[in-house]
Design a protein around this ligand. Structure first.
Ligand code: PLP
Length: 419
Protein backbone atom coordinates (compact mmCIF):
# COMPACT_ATOMS: atom_id res chain seq x y z
CA UNK A 1 0.00 0.00 0.00
CA UNK A 2 2.89 2.38 0.74
CA UNK A 3 5.10 1.12 -2.06
CA UNK A 4 3.33 2.97 -4.88
CA UNK A 5 3.86 6.37 -3.23
CA UNK A 6 7.52 5.67 -2.69
CA UNK A 7 8.01 4.49 -6.25
CA UNK A 8 6.48 7.76 -7.44
CA UNK A 9 8.79 9.76 -5.14
CA UNK A 10 11.80 7.80 -6.32
CA UNK A 11 10.83 8.25 -9.97
CA UNK A 12 10.59 12.02 -9.38
CA UNK A 13 14.06 12.21 -7.87
CA UNK A 14 15.33 13.83 -11.09
CA UNK A 15 18.63 13.73 -12.91
CA UNK A 16 20.75 13.48 -9.78
CA UNK A 17 18.88 10.51 -9.83
CA UNK A 18 20.53 7.23 -9.53
CA UNK A 19 21.94 7.45 -6.00
CA UNK A 20 18.94 9.34 -4.69
CA UNK A 21 16.74 6.77 -6.35
CA UNK A 22 18.45 3.86 -4.73
CA UNK A 23 18.49 5.58 -1.32
CA UNK A 24 14.73 6.17 -1.62
CA UNK A 25 14.17 2.61 -2.75
CA UNK A 26 16.16 1.35 0.23
CA UNK A 27 14.20 3.60 2.60
CA UNK A 28 10.96 2.45 1.04
CA UNK A 29 11.89 -1.19 1.70
CA UNK A 30 12.80 -0.49 5.32
CA UNK A 31 9.64 1.49 5.99
CA UNK A 32 7.39 -1.06 4.37
CA UNK A 33 8.86 -3.82 6.49
CA UNK A 34 8.55 -1.74 9.69
CA UNK A 35 4.94 -0.74 8.98
CA UNK A 36 3.98 -4.29 8.07
CA UNK A 37 5.57 -5.50 11.31
CA UNK A 38 3.52 -3.04 13.35
CA UNK A 39 0.32 -4.12 11.60
CA UNK A 40 1.02 -7.83 11.87
CA UNK A 41 1.80 -7.63 15.56
CA UNK A 42 -1.59 -5.99 16.14
CA UNK A 43 -0.02 -2.75 17.39
CA UNK A 44 -1.31 -0.43 14.68
CA UNK A 45 -2.89 2.67 16.16
CA UNK A 46 -5.82 4.12 14.28
CA UNK A 47 -6.82 7.71 14.88
CA UNK A 48 -10.51 8.55 14.89
CA UNK A 49 -11.09 11.94 13.31
CA UNK A 50 -13.21 14.26 15.44
CA UNK A 51 -15.16 16.93 13.61
CA UNK A 52 -16.33 18.93 16.66
CA UNK A 53 -14.72 20.61 19.67
CA UNK A 54 -13.65 18.45 22.61
CA UNK A 55 -16.46 17.82 25.11
CA UNK A 56 -18.74 15.31 26.78
CA UNK A 57 -20.17 14.62 23.31
CA UNK A 58 -18.13 14.71 20.11
CA UNK A 59 -18.81 14.11 16.45
CA UNK A 60 -16.57 11.55 14.81
CA UNK A 61 -15.98 11.24 11.10
CA UNK A 62 -17.88 8.25 9.71
CA UNK A 63 -20.21 7.91 12.72
CA UNK A 64 -23.60 9.58 12.46
CA UNK A 65 -24.78 11.74 15.37
CA UNK A 66 -22.90 12.83 18.46
CA UNK A 67 -21.23 10.22 20.62
CA UNK A 68 -20.53 10.29 24.33
CA UNK A 69 -16.85 10.76 24.93
CA UNK A 70 -15.15 8.91 27.78
CA UNK A 71 -11.55 8.93 26.61
CA UNK A 72 -10.27 12.50 26.89
CA UNK A 73 -8.01 13.95 29.58
CA UNK A 74 -10.51 16.82 29.76
CA UNK A 75 -10.91 16.17 33.49
CA UNK A 76 -12.49 19.49 34.42
CA UNK A 77 -14.34 19.96 31.15
CA UNK A 78 -12.45 23.20 30.43
CA UNK A 79 -11.23 22.33 26.92
CA UNK A 80 -14.24 23.99 25.32
CA UNK A 81 -15.39 26.17 28.22
CA UNK A 82 -16.74 29.46 26.78
CA UNK A 83 -14.64 31.64 29.12
CA UNK A 84 -11.50 29.68 28.28
CA UNK A 85 -12.15 30.04 24.55
CA UNK A 86 -12.90 33.77 24.96
CA UNK A 87 -9.65 34.29 26.88
CA UNK A 88 -7.73 32.50 24.12
CA UNK A 89 -9.37 34.67 21.44
CA UNK A 90 -8.61 37.84 23.41
CA UNK A 91 -4.95 36.87 23.89
CA UNK A 92 -4.72 36.09 20.17
CA UNK A 93 -6.07 39.57 19.36
CA UNK A 94 -3.97 41.40 21.95
CA UNK A 95 -0.67 39.53 21.56
CA UNK A 96 -0.73 37.98 18.09
CA UNK A 97 -0.55 34.48 16.68
CA UNK A 98 2.92 33.77 17.99
CA UNK A 99 6.35 35.16 18.73
CA UNK A 100 8.40 33.67 15.89
CA UNK A 101 11.10 33.29 18.47
CA UNK A 102 12.24 31.35 21.50
CA UNK A 103 11.78 32.82 24.96
CA UNK A 104 15.30 34.19 25.44
CA UNK A 105 15.51 35.87 22.03
CA UNK A 106 12.32 37.91 21.76
CA UNK A 107 9.63 35.44 22.76
CA UNK A 108 8.75 36.53 26.30
CA UNK A 109 5.59 38.59 26.77
CA UNK A 110 3.92 39.82 29.92
CA UNK A 111 1.35 37.02 29.63
CA UNK A 112 4.12 34.37 29.76
CA UNK A 113 5.56 35.91 32.93
CA UNK A 114 2.10 36.27 34.48
CA UNK A 115 1.17 32.66 33.78
CA UNK A 116 4.46 31.43 35.25
CA UNK A 117 3.81 33.43 38.41
CA UNK A 118 0.24 32.12 38.58
CA UNK A 119 1.36 28.50 38.18
CA UNK A 120 3.93 28.91 40.96
CA UNK A 121 1.23 30.40 43.22
CA UNK A 122 -1.17 27.60 42.37
CA UNK A 123 1.38 24.93 43.32
CA UNK A 124 2.68 27.00 46.26
CA UNK A 125 6.20 26.92 44.87
CA UNK A 126 8.79 29.68 44.46
CA UNK A 127 8.86 29.87 40.67
CA UNK A 128 7.72 28.23 37.43
CA UNK A 129 8.98 28.03 33.86
CA UNK A 130 6.90 27.21 30.78
CA UNK A 131 7.91 24.63 28.17
CA UNK A 132 6.35 23.80 24.78
CA UNK A 133 4.94 20.65 26.42
CA UNK A 134 5.36 18.53 29.53
CA UNK A 135 7.22 16.06 27.33
CA UNK A 136 9.72 18.88 26.81
CA UNK A 137 9.73 19.84 30.49
CA UNK A 138 10.69 16.23 31.27
CA UNK A 139 13.29 16.26 28.49
CA UNK A 140 14.77 19.49 29.86
CA UNK A 141 14.86 18.91 33.60
CA UNK A 142 17.17 15.93 34.17
CA UNK A 143 19.78 16.89 31.61
CA UNK A 144 19.99 20.48 32.83
CA UNK A 145 20.47 19.53 36.46
CA UNK A 146 22.20 16.17 36.74
CA UNK A 147 25.84 15.24 36.01
CA UNK A 148 27.62 11.87 35.98
CA UNK A 149 28.25 12.40 39.70
CA UNK A 150 24.50 12.32 40.40
CA UNK A 151 21.86 9.61 40.51
CA UNK A 152 18.25 9.39 39.40
CA UNK A 153 15.91 6.73 40.76
CA UNK A 154 12.89 6.12 38.57
CA UNK A 155 9.71 4.03 38.99
CA UNK A 156 9.77 1.33 36.30
CA UNK A 157 6.33 2.37 35.01
CA UNK A 158 7.07 6.08 34.69
CA UNK A 159 5.71 7.87 31.62
CA UNK A 160 7.73 7.62 28.41
CA UNK A 161 8.70 11.29 28.63
CA UNK A 162 10.32 10.82 32.05
CA UNK A 163 12.15 7.77 30.73
CA UNK A 164 13.38 9.72 27.71
CA UNK A 165 14.33 12.71 29.87
CA UNK A 166 16.39 10.46 32.11
CA UNK A 167 18.02 8.86 29.05
CA UNK A 168 19.23 12.29 27.97
CA UNK A 169 21.08 13.00 31.20
CA UNK A 170 24.42 11.60 32.27
CA UNK A 171 23.47 10.72 35.84
CA UNK A 172 23.65 7.15 37.10
CA UNK A 173 20.30 5.47 36.57
CA UNK A 174 18.44 3.23 39.01
CA UNK A 175 15.02 1.75 38.25
CA UNK A 176 12.87 0.65 41.17
CA UNK A 177 9.91 -1.72 40.95
CA UNK A 178 6.55 -0.05 40.45
CA UNK A 179 5.40 1.57 43.72
CA UNK A 180 7.76 -0.75 45.64
CA UNK A 181 9.08 1.27 48.57
CA UNK A 182 11.35 -1.52 49.83
CA UNK A 183 13.04 -1.62 46.42
CA UNK A 184 13.31 2.18 46.33
CA UNK A 185 15.04 2.07 49.71
CA UNK A 186 17.51 -0.58 48.52
CA UNK A 187 18.35 1.52 45.46
CA UNK A 188 18.65 4.71 47.52
CA UNK A 189 21.07 2.98 49.86
CA UNK A 190 23.17 1.98 46.84
CA UNK A 191 22.97 5.54 45.52
CA UNK A 192 24.45 7.13 48.65
CA UNK A 193 27.82 7.41 46.91
CA UNK A 194 26.49 10.01 44.47
CA UNK A 195 26.47 13.80 44.83
CA UNK A 196 22.71 14.36 44.30
CA UNK A 197 19.91 11.82 44.31
CA UNK A 198 16.58 12.49 42.60
CA UNK A 199 13.61 10.16 43.00
CA UNK A 200 11.38 10.56 39.91
CA UNK A 201 7.79 9.36 39.77
CA UNK A 202 4.49 9.97 38.09
CA UNK A 203 2.00 11.34 40.65
CA UNK A 204 -0.68 9.23 38.95
CA UNK A 205 0.11 6.40 36.54
CA UNK A 206 -2.24 6.85 33.64
CA UNK A 207 -2.72 3.25 32.56
CA UNK A 208 -3.91 2.03 35.97
CA UNK A 209 -5.08 5.23 37.63
CA UNK A 210 -2.91 4.29 40.62
CA UNK A 211 -1.44 6.99 42.80
CA UNK A 212 2.22 7.13 43.84
CA UNK A 213 2.65 6.74 47.63
CA UNK A 214 4.19 10.19 47.91
CA UNK A 215 4.11 10.25 51.70
CA UNK A 216 6.33 7.16 51.87
CA UNK A 217 8.47 8.32 48.94
CA UNK A 218 9.13 11.66 50.66
CA UNK A 219 9.87 9.97 53.99
CA UNK A 220 12.38 7.54 52.46
CA UNK A 221 13.87 10.26 50.23
CA UNK A 222 14.42 12.48 53.23
CA UNK A 223 16.08 9.62 55.16
CA UNK A 224 18.56 9.15 52.28
CA UNK A 225 19.03 12.81 51.39
CA UNK A 226 17.21 12.62 48.05
CA UNK A 227 15.12 15.17 46.15
CA UNK A 228 11.64 14.23 44.93
CA UNK A 229 10.46 14.96 41.37
CA UNK A 230 6.80 14.32 40.48
CA UNK A 231 5.11 14.42 37.06
CA UNK A 232 1.61 15.64 37.80
CA UNK A 233 0.03 15.53 34.35
CA UNK A 234 -2.84 13.32 35.55
CA UNK A 235 -3.33 15.15 38.84
CA UNK A 236 -2.89 18.90 38.32
CA UNK A 237 -6.15 20.77 38.59
CA UNK A 238 -8.30 18.08 40.16
CA UNK A 239 -6.58 15.81 42.68
CA UNK A 240 -6.58 16.86 46.36
CA UNK A 241 -9.14 19.00 48.17
CA UNK A 242 -8.49 22.09 45.98
CA UNK A 243 -7.10 20.35 42.90
CA UNK A 244 -3.44 21.16 43.53
CA UNK A 245 -2.44 17.59 42.81
CA UNK A 246 -1.11 14.40 44.38
CA UNK A 247 1.11 16.30 46.81
CA UNK A 248 -1.92 18.12 48.19
CA UNK A 249 -3.98 14.91 48.33
CA UNK A 250 -1.27 13.22 50.37
CA UNK A 251 -0.26 16.23 52.45
CA UNK A 252 3.32 16.59 51.19
CA UNK A 253 3.24 19.89 49.29
CA UNK A 254 6.22 21.11 51.27
CA UNK A 255 8.27 17.96 50.64
CA UNK A 256 8.11 17.47 46.87
CA UNK A 257 10.99 19.47 45.39
CA UNK A 258 9.99 19.69 41.73
CA UNK A 259 6.73 19.31 39.85
CA UNK A 260 6.42 18.98 36.11
CA UNK A 261 2.98 19.17 34.59
CA UNK A 262 0.94 19.96 31.51
CA UNK A 263 -1.47 22.62 30.31
CA UNK A 264 -2.77 20.05 27.85
CA UNK A 265 -5.12 18.09 30.10
CA UNK A 266 -7.18 19.60 32.97
CA UNK A 267 -5.85 23.16 32.54
CA UNK A 268 -7.74 23.96 29.37
CA UNK A 269 -6.43 21.12 27.24
CA UNK A 270 -4.62 23.20 24.60
CA UNK A 271 -0.95 22.35 25.08
CA UNK A 272 2.17 23.42 26.90
CA UNK A 273 4.01 22.24 29.99
CA UNK A 274 5.94 23.61 32.90
CA UNK A 275 8.30 22.98 35.79
CA UNK A 276 7.67 24.51 39.19
CA UNK A 277 9.99 24.43 42.19
CA UNK A 278 12.81 26.39 43.82
CA UNK A 279 13.67 29.73 42.22
CA UNK A 280 17.33 28.86 41.63
CA UNK A 281 16.37 25.62 39.90
CA UNK A 282 13.98 27.46 37.60
CA UNK A 283 16.75 29.97 36.83
CA UNK A 284 19.08 27.12 35.92
CA UNK A 285 16.44 25.66 33.59
CA UNK A 286 16.12 29.02 31.81
CA UNK A 287 19.87 28.91 31.19
CA UNK A 288 20.28 25.25 30.34
CA UNK A 289 17.09 23.37 29.46
CA UNK A 290 17.41 22.66 25.77
CA UNK A 291 13.70 22.34 24.86
CA UNK A 292 13.20 25.78 26.49
CA UNK A 293 16.15 27.48 24.84
CA UNK A 294 15.94 25.93 21.38
CA UNK A 295 12.20 25.93 20.73
CA UNK A 296 9.55 28.52 20.02
CA UNK A 297 7.72 30.44 22.70
CA UNK A 298 4.20 29.21 23.54
CA UNK A 299 1.59 31.04 21.43
CA UNK A 300 -0.49 33.70 23.21
CA UNK A 301 -3.81 31.90 22.62
CA UNK A 302 -2.57 28.89 24.60
CA UNK A 303 -1.36 31.13 27.39
CA UNK A 304 -4.72 32.93 27.51
CA UNK A 305 -6.64 29.65 27.70
CA UNK A 306 -4.46 28.13 30.44
CA UNK A 307 -4.48 31.32 32.46
CA UNK A 308 -8.29 31.49 32.39
CA UNK A 309 -8.55 27.78 33.27
CA UNK A 310 -6.42 28.45 36.36
CA UNK A 311 -8.57 31.45 37.31
CA UNK A 312 -11.72 29.34 37.09
CA UNK A 313 -10.11 26.63 39.15
CA UNK A 314 -8.68 28.93 41.80
CA UNK A 315 -11.93 30.95 41.97
CA UNK A 316 -13.98 28.09 43.37
CA UNK A 317 -13.92 24.40 43.98
CA UNK A 318 -17.10 23.27 42.27
CA UNK A 319 -15.43 21.75 39.20
CA UNK A 320 -13.11 19.63 41.34
CA UNK A 321 -16.00 18.45 43.49
CA UNK A 322 -18.22 17.76 40.50
CA UNK A 323 -15.57 15.60 38.85
CA UNK A 324 -14.92 13.70 42.10
CA UNK A 325 -18.65 13.01 42.59
CA UNK A 326 -19.04 11.73 39.02
CA UNK A 327 -15.96 9.55 39.35
CA UNK A 328 -17.43 8.04 42.50
CA UNK A 329 -20.78 7.48 40.73
CA UNK A 330 -19.15 5.66 37.81
CA UNK A 331 -16.78 3.54 39.89
CA UNK A 332 -19.41 2.44 42.41
CA UNK A 333 -22.08 1.64 39.80
CA UNK A 334 -19.63 -0.35 37.67
CA UNK A 335 -18.34 -2.27 40.68
CA UNK A 336 -21.88 -2.97 41.85
CA UNK A 337 -22.63 -4.36 38.37
CA UNK A 338 -19.72 -6.80 38.73
CA UNK A 339 -16.88 -5.10 36.82
CA UNK A 340 -13.35 -4.78 38.16
CA UNK A 341 -12.18 -1.18 38.07
CA UNK A 342 -8.50 -0.73 38.71
CA UNK A 343 -6.74 2.10 40.52
CA UNK A 344 -7.62 4.41 43.37
CA UNK A 345 -10.47 6.89 43.46
CA UNK A 346 -9.24 8.64 40.31
CA UNK A 347 -11.15 9.73 37.16
CA UNK A 348 -9.02 7.30 35.18
CA UNK A 349 -11.19 4.21 35.59
CA UNK A 350 -9.65 1.18 33.85
CA UNK A 351 -12.32 -1.48 33.26
CA UNK A 352 -10.22 -4.63 33.51
CA UNK A 353 -11.05 -7.30 30.90
CA UNK A 354 -7.82 -9.30 30.58
CA UNK A 355 -7.99 -10.49 27.00
CA UNK A 356 -6.86 -8.05 24.27
CA UNK A 357 -9.38 -9.18 21.67
CA UNK A 358 -12.23 -9.03 24.18
CA UNK A 359 -11.25 -5.49 25.16
CA UNK A 360 -11.15 -4.42 21.54
CA UNK A 361 -14.58 -6.02 20.79
CA UNK A 362 -16.11 -4.38 23.87
CA UNK A 363 -14.80 -0.95 22.76
CA UNK A 364 -16.26 -1.50 19.27
CA UNK A 365 -19.63 -2.52 20.72
CA UNK A 366 -19.63 0.50 23.03
CA UNK A 367 -19.13 2.72 19.99
CA UNK A 368 -22.11 1.05 18.32
CA UNK A 369 -24.09 2.22 21.37
CA UNK A 370 -22.79 5.77 20.96
CA UNK A 371 -20.00 5.66 23.52
CA UNK A 372 -16.40 6.45 22.69
CA UNK A 373 -13.91 4.48 24.83
CA UNK A 374 -10.49 3.06 24.00
CA UNK A 375 -9.12 -0.43 24.63
CA UNK A 376 -5.51 -0.78 25.76
CA UNK A 377 -3.58 -4.00 25.45
CA UNK A 378 0.01 -5.30 25.34
CA UNK A 379 2.58 -3.72 25.05
CA UNK A 380 0.97 -0.53 26.36
CA UNK A 381 -0.14 -2.55 29.41
CA UNK A 382 1.17 -5.96 30.58
CA UNK A 383 0.09 -9.06 28.66
CA UNK A 384 -3.22 -10.46 29.94
CA UNK A 385 -4.19 -7.13 31.49
CA UNK A 386 -6.11 -5.59 28.61
CA UNK A 387 -8.62 -3.01 29.68
CA UNK A 388 -10.83 -0.19 28.59
CA UNK A 389 -9.71 3.09 30.05
CA UNK A 390 -12.71 5.22 30.91
CA UNK A 391 -11.98 8.83 31.84
CA UNK A 392 -14.54 10.86 33.72
CA UNK A 393 -14.91 14.61 33.31
CA UNK A 394 -16.72 17.30 35.25
CA UNK A 395 -18.53 18.07 32.01
CA UNK A 396 -20.31 14.67 31.98
CA UNK A 397 -23.82 14.77 33.37
CA UNK A 398 -25.09 12.12 35.77
CA UNK A 399 -27.24 10.81 32.90
CA UNK A 400 -24.08 10.48 30.75
CA UNK A 401 -22.42 8.42 33.47
CA UNK A 402 -25.48 6.21 33.93
CA UNK A 403 -25.84 5.74 30.18
CA UNK A 404 -22.20 4.63 29.97
CA UNK A 405 -22.65 2.14 32.84
CA UNK A 406 -25.83 0.73 31.23
CA UNK A 407 -24.01 0.27 27.92
CA UNK A 408 -21.12 -1.49 29.67
CA UNK A 409 -23.54 -3.85 31.42
CA UNK A 410 -25.28 -4.67 28.13
CA UNK A 411 -22.02 -5.24 26.25
CA UNK A 412 -20.49 -7.06 29.22
CA UNK A 413 -23.38 -9.55 29.17
CA UNK A 414 -23.11 -9.94 25.42
CA UNK A 415 -19.46 -10.99 25.75
CA UNK A 416 -19.85 -13.10 28.89
CA UNK A 417 -17.94 -10.69 31.12
CA UNK A 418 -21.03 -10.40 33.31
CA UNK A 419 -23.48 -13.25 33.99
N1 PLP B 1 3.72 12.99 31.52
C1 PLP B 1 2.61 12.23 31.62
C2 PLP B 1 2.41 11.39 32.82
C3 PLP B 1 1.67 12.24 30.57
O1 PLP B 1 0.57 11.48 30.66
C4 PLP B 1 1.89 13.06 29.45
C5 PLP B 1 0.93 13.08 28.32
O2 PLP B 1 0.42 12.11 27.87
C6 PLP B 1 3.05 13.83 29.40
C7 PLP B 1 3.94 13.78 30.44
C8 PLP B 1 3.33 14.73 28.24
O3 PLP B 1 2.54 15.88 28.37
P1 PLP B 1 2.38 16.88 27.13
O4 PLP B 1 1.21 16.40 26.36
O5 PLP B 1 2.19 18.22 27.76
O6 PLP B 1 3.65 16.78 26.37
Amino acid sequence: MWAAGWRRAAAGAGPRGHRAHSALAQLSGILEAELKGIQESGLWKNERVITSPQGSHVHVDGVSGGILNFCANNYLGLSSHPEVIQAGVQALKDFGAGLSSSRFICGTQTIHKNLEAKLARFHRREAAILFPSCFDANAGFFEALLTPEDAVLSDELNHASIIDGIRLCKAQKYRYRHLDMADLEVKLREAQKHRLRVVATDGVFSMDGDIAPLREICRIASRYGALVFVDECHATGFLGPTGRGTDELLGVMDQVTVINSTLGKALGGASGGYTTGPEALVSLLRQRARPYIFSNSLPPALIGCASKALDLLMGNNTLVQSMAAKTHRFRSKMQAAGFTISGADHPICPVMLGDARLASCVADDMLKRGIFVIAFSYPVVPRGKARIRVQISAVHSEEDIDHCVEAFVEVGRLHGVLP
